[in-house]
Design a protein around this ligand. Sequence first.
Ligand code: DOR
Length: 318
Amino acid sequence: MPNLVPPLTTVDKVLEYQGKLRAASPNVHFLMSLYLHPSVTPETIEKAAEAGITGVKLYPQGATTNSEHGVANIEAFYDTFASMEKHGIVLNIHGEVLEAFAPEGTTLEEAFLPTLKQLHERFPNLRIVLEHCTTAAAVEAVKACGPNVGATITAHHLYLTEADACCDPFAFCKPIPKKPTDRDALLKAVVSGNPKFFFGSDSAPHPLVSKTTAAQGKAPAGVFTQPYVTQLVLLALEEGIERGVISEDDVTQEKLEGFLSKFGRRFYKLSETSGNKIILERKGEKIQASVKSESGAVEVGISRAGTEVFSLTWVKAA
Ligand SMILES: O=C1C[C@@H](C(=O)O)NC(=O)N1
């Protein structure tokens, strides 16, 4: 994602970052995105399309981590959206309003949903992803739009609620996890087989020390799930089965493959499979507490540390 410091607001910066990512992980196919900013004009979009950039991420100004340079007035970007629509560039949205703009009793995400609808109506051929959706209302709003609108669901929003996020810095993220009924609506969307809903980790590796030393409510927003992210989705589904929200029959291999892999690839017009597979086995493995950078200088705490999960092995295509 492009919310680095400073943000990736030019094609050259995005390509430079892509180079660094490729050097670190040569076997990963990175889809790159620009940070929506007044300097991202229709001409920038043309250049981005030529450079193979996939998306542009809209962060409402002040809504989340490093969003200070984000969007204050969405209408000011209509020409840019028209250019994205023309060039097949995806609009990735952090779909929240600022607290001051949310009517009493409405979540920041729910208050954003009319804007999602308006954007879709105005730019029907623009592919839009409502990133990391968290509410039952968002699931319904996305379903009500045409096939060019999809939504990602993270692993952590499938098991966290506001009761966790309020008080545990390792469960604090944006959008804030919501009510148990919202979490359960997300679980149902995952097993619905509806291709509009696909996996997106939004895994955020904030240094452990920044989480543990922050004053109450001041920890950086983000949950780190990446090392066990598939297993955490499965864990959330198992917990959903235990609560009776979904049934064991809902969790088929076909639906899991759709949600975790195929639907996202389809939305992004990639081939439906990379050819690689994963094998999941129960071996009593437990989520480790943290991972450290190579130098040992940075340590990041992992969500649900100590919980028993499936062991995962990649089987590479020949
Ligand atoms: O939207 C976001 C951004 C992310 C981050 O830290 O980059 N952390 C979050 O919790 N939500």
